[in-house]
Design a protein around this ligand. Structure first.
Ligand code: G6P
Length: 619
């Protein structure tokens, strides 16, 4: 949520900052700004409401110079998306500039105090209050070394604020230095040769360097063109632990290629992203899953008698599939808790409970809070995460990366299937240490390894799905129905539709249709039924009939061979046959394409839907 990019070195900063912001735009895109220092006593600030393109145009016209700069793309929390509310913000002197991700919860109190002391504010943001506060400490200090003075001022100000932050600051009187700090909002230092970067997300800087240092909460980093120092505010400013990590993906992995949108590219990547999720994790020697990252001994794994899965949004839907799959394969009672609720509940726990938090970004604040709450209760909590080095990955007791690669489209697609794959591997792992035989395990491996090619065959039906989408693009609303493991798929299909096409949609267990939902059925309210060839196929068909009898259009996703549905509706999409517990991996693909093409037909901005952000780092 919001993005930060900073650069210090010998090159002109603005093209590097703008390029980084464009790569981060998926995290927030209602306004953006940059601040540059070029050795003169002034800081150049350029800010524009709207997309990065507006800022790029303004920077192109003004052509500012400076080899040190900080920049920001915003997702509004406090104050509307206007030029004034865009970051960077300045202190009262106008010499200190600051960009900020997160929320300063006590900003109103601090703002009132600063106003009483004579400060005036240019924006409605919480961030500007922080800039003023740092500025005040800086002005009041009699420290003679500029860097130390600025660092101490920042530290003193941060001691006064409640809330979360990833921040970067510069001061015109201390040229050649950027200081960053984090608490609850990610920040990473990129290491170059005679140049350094600061970013809230490695994708902003991967085109320039693949060597990074992920900061921990309470870390403070001072960066100049020839060095960086990380200290820990938690230990009163002492040296912090620093580990240089290598980013495994390249800038090309995060490019759109020939696709019109990232979302479409990511939908088409799924055969490969799923192969990557499975790679090295299936053992044909004993028909089992190997998940070394769990950091648990066989005895510890065997003692687990309850599993909790938590996540938000798409990750929550993947968790719901996980509940079904783990209980089916391993017979271990599994519960799903929306992460934002878990943190405020008092869930009973015991030593044999194992919790997983599921998160693409590894930064979602509610999911992170669920992880921390679980650990506080003594529950062993592991992460299922895509983003390597993210906060959840680093704070959990262990876990598994899904290895889906960078996902830029705000609507999650390939990370849904890879997360579902990962919970399926968990089901297999626990199944094999309980009652699944090695023959069962080997059969499962065959089925799992066949999934990528089956998805590729569904992707070949894109033109047909596109035509169905265009036909229904003007619907007033949509209902998505499914049963068993396809109930969460119905919810995921509805979420995709809402997120990118702005058509109201909801997902339900098919049998619930009669309990209220059927009142909504009418000609401009299509129902999408996920009705594969499974034990409840006939039940789904009855529900389809009930909708058709009330003149509701039906789109059906079913298994190849179940052609009888064509007698009921002309909009039938086929997926290959597979065991029912794996069917979500296939049935969700047509729904992703369907929502994508509905959104395109409606002229929506698919990769950057209104009001959303890819990762939500505020509560
Ligand atoms: C936001 C995004 C959703 C995503 C959810 C959880 O709401 O818009 O697409 O599913 O966060 O994100 P995570 O990174 O934790 O999986």
């Amino acid at each position: 949520m919001c993005g930060i990019v900073g650069y210090i070195g010998k090159r002109q900063a603005s093209p590097i900052l703008l390029d980084g912001l464009s790569r981060l735009e998926y995290r927030g895109y209602d306004s953006a700004g940059i601040a540059l220092l070029n050795g003169s006593p002034d800081v150049t600030i350029i800010k524009r409401a709207g997309r990065i393109a507006n800022l790029r145009e303004a920077v192109g016209e003004l052509n500012p110079t400076g080899s040190a700069g900080i920049s920001h793309t915003r997702w509004a929390t406090h104050g509307a998306p206007t030029d004034e509310n865009a970051h960077p913000h300045r202190d009262q002197s106008g010499k200190l500039v600051l960009v900020h991700n997160g929320v300063i919860e006590n900003y109103q109190t601090l703002r009132d105090q600063l106003i009483a002391q004579g400060d005036t504010f240019e924006s409605q943001t919480d961030t500007e209050v922080l800039a003023h506060l740092v500025g005040r400490y800086f002005e009041a200090s009699d420290e003679t070394d500029g860097q130390t003075r600025l660092r101490q001022a920042l530290q003193a100000a941060l001691a006064k604020v409640k809330g979360t932050y990833g921040i970067a600051i510069m001061h015109a009187d201390v040229p050649g230095v950027i200081i960053g700090a984090r608490l609850g909002s990610p920040l990473v230092v990129g290491l170059g040769d005679g140049e350094y970067y600061l970013a809230s997300d490695v994708s902003a800087i991967v085109a320039h360097t693949r060597d990074v240092v992920y900061l921990n909460d309470h870390d403070l980093v001072t960066v100049t063109s020839d060095r960086y120092d990380v200290s820990s505010m938690a230990s009163g400013g002492g040296a912090a632990q620093v580990k240089v990590s290598r980013i495994e993906f390249t800038a090309d992995d995060a490019d759109k290629g020939d696709y019109e949108h990232y979302m479409l590219k990511e939908i088409f990547e799924q055969p490969q992203s799923l192969r990557n999720t499975m790679r090295g994790r299936l053992s044909r020697d004993d028909g089992a899953a190997i998940l070394g990252g769990l950091n648990m001994s066989p005895q510890e794994l065997r003692s687990i008698d309850r599993i909790i899965l938590s996540g938000c949004g798409t990750a929550f839907h993947a968790a719901m599939v996980g509940e079904y799959v783990i209980e089916t394969l391993a017979r271990i009672p599994t519960e799903v808790e929306i992460a934002s609720e878990f943190r405020y509940r008092n869930v009973p726990s015991d030593k044999d409970t194992l919790q997983f938090v599921l998160s693409q970004s590894g930064e979602t604040i509610d999911t992170l809070a669920a992880l921390r709450e679980a650990r506080r209760k003594g529950i062993r909590c592991l992460g299922i995460v895509n983003s390597v080095g993210s906060t959840i990955a680093r704070e959990s007791d262990g876990g598994c990366y899904i290895h889906a690669g960078p996902e830029i489209g705000v609507a999650a697609t390939k990370t849904f299937t890879s997360t579902v794959m990962m919970v399926t591997l968990l089901g297999m792992l626990f199944g094999r240490i309980h009652h699944l035989s090695s023959a069962d395990g080997l059969e499962m491996i065959d089925e799992l390894e066949a999934i990528p090619d089956k998805i590729a065959s569904i992707l070949k039906q894109t033109d047909k799905i596109k035509a169905i989408a265009q036909k229904h693009a003007n619907a007033e609303g949509m209902l998505f129905m499914g049963r068993q493991a396809n109930y969460p798929v119905a919810m995921e299909g509805a979420l995709k539709m809402k997120e990118i096409s702005y058509i109201y949609a909801s997902g339900h267990p098919s049998a619930e249709l009669k309990h209220g939902i059927i009142a909504l059925v009418k000609p401009d309210m299509p129902s999408v039924f996920i009705a594969p060839d499974d034990a409840v196929f006939d039940k789904n068909v009855s529900n389809i009939e009930e909708v058709l009898a009330r003149k509701g259009p039906v789109i059906a996703v079913t298994t190849e061979g179940r052609t009888e549905l064509e007698r009921l509706t002309e909009d039938v999409i086929y997926v290959p046959d597979c065991p029912s517990y794996l069917s979500p991996l296939l049935t969700v693909i047509p729904l992703q394409l369907f929502s994508y093409y509905v959104a395109v037909a409606r002229g929506c901005d698919v990769d950057k839907p209104r009001n959303l952000a890819k990762s939500v780092t505020v509560e």
